[in-house]
Design a protein around this ligand. Structure first.
Ligand code: CA
Length: 225
């Protein structure tokens, strides 16, 4: 678990309480440092202060979300609900407002980890002849002969990962757009169509007649196992 907080007393209290409950904890006191740490050692959850000395916490969320679905709980010192909405739109899973009780924070953390585990259990998926391994970040095509690696762009990975984690369920286009490019992108459905078309060309056995990466017209997309 990664704690990102620039108030030394609160950081220490969080560290002590979470370690006492058996969580493995690393800490950062600034945004850039936190992103570097998360890239070096992907955490299983992030507790994130919004008011950091270098980056706005919302930017940290966006950056984390560009490559990961790790549960993020925001520690908000701000009274306005606009910041919370901004943080949730950027991809935070939950928030607590300072001052918060340690028990409440830990209950929310447990809930976030449970939600993550419930859809994170499966990590390998097949799309036709392709095998997708989410933790390894690899796609391999096995159509007779030697397995061939398939290269996906960062955006294609993000789209695919979101769809696979909701296997069998409709994922609204607005959710994909917001998670990928932020709330201002809600109208950019053509970008999504473009990336979906490329994913199908790379992964489906018969791209014009996809069997796994499905469009729900006017609604969104679905990964059909
Ligand atoms: Ca702060």
């Amino acid at each position: 678990m990664l704690i990102v907080e620039d108030e030394p007393a609160l950081l220490r209290a969080l560290q002590i309480n979470l370690r006492a409950r058996g969580y493995e904890v690393t800490t950062s006191t600034a945004g850039q440092q936190a992103l570097a740490e998360a890239a070096r050692r992907p955490p299983d959850a992030v507790l994130l202060d919004l008011g950091l000395p270098d980056l706005d916490g919302t930017m940290v969320i966006r950056e984390l979300r560009s490559s990961s679905l790790v549960p993020i709980i925001v520690l908000s010192g701000r009274a306005g609900s606009g910041d919370k909405i901004g943080a949730l739109d950027a991809g935070a899973d939950d928030y607590v407002t300072k001052p918060f009780s340690m028990e409440e924070l830990i209950a929310r953390l447990r809930a976030a980890l449970r939600r993550d585990a419930s859809h994170g259990g499966q990590t390998q998926f097949t799309i036709g002849n392709c095998l997708v391994d989410l933790p390894a970040h690899t796609v391999v095509r096995k159509a007779g002969g030697e397995p061939e690696p398939v290269h996906l762009t960062r955006t294609e990975w993000r789209v695919l990962e979101i769809l696979l984690r909701s296997a069998g369920q409709l994922v609204p286009a607005t959710r994909l757009l917001t998670e990928l490019w932020g709330p201002a992108a809600e109208d950019s459905t053509h970008y999504l169509r473009f990336h979906m078309a490329r994913l199908r060309r790379k992964l489906e056995d018969d791209p014009p007649r996809p069997r796994h990466l499905l469009t729900e017209p006017g609604m969104g997309y679905r990964y059909q196992p």
